[in-house]
Design a protein around this ligand. Sequence first.
Ligand SMILES: [Fe+2]
Length: 231
Amino acid sequence: MKRSEINHYIEDAMEFWDGLGFKLPPYARFSVADWQANAADCREIFDLQLGWDATSFGDPDFLRSGLLLYTLRNGKAGSPEYPKPYAEKIMMVREKQVTPRHFHWYKCEDIINRGGGNLVIELFRADPAANRICGGRFAISVNGMRRELDSGDKLILSPGESCTMEHIHCHKFYGEHGSGSCMIGEVSMVNDDHTDNCFVDGALRFIPVEEDEPVRYPLACEYGRLISVKK
Ligand SMILES: [Fe+2]
């Protein structure tokens, strides 16, 4: 992705969420200089990579395949320093903008439609031990109610609805055509996007950035490179 796209889509997401009444932490608008000035007090934010996250999953077209997220809270598995066992994210998912099929070996997550358009989730039964899709019928909790689906079925979440992704639930999602962008929440166990995503079709979670303009909002995965912290 180009830096200009990342800057632009972050500003778009801030405006979209703000319009739906969802407020981000004060540091969501921090520049690199702001982070640097506050670095001594921000170790938890840096260590847990709270903040902005943008990816096109390796697709040259972010609007075809991509996701703009903000990690609001997180912990670190097995860490005495950060024992928080839960995580929360907010995402902007556009119409027909695909997050490719994946499952998580460790994390169990609730995907919540918090406002805007409808979210389409295609679900496939996974065999996490073998890193593959295995097909067949499975149960899933939708709005706290048990539902049975076949591998490949679609679930549509309108605002207020949610479902629980367990390890066998391989999921691909996008905004429903014609219903507008969605504000999607994720409430989950602690999250490590570097190690706990199995993209069954080979998508990339972290992508190279082409620096065509200055960084306006550092991504959480860039803190280590852009901000120096005295130990
Ligand atoms: Fe997921």
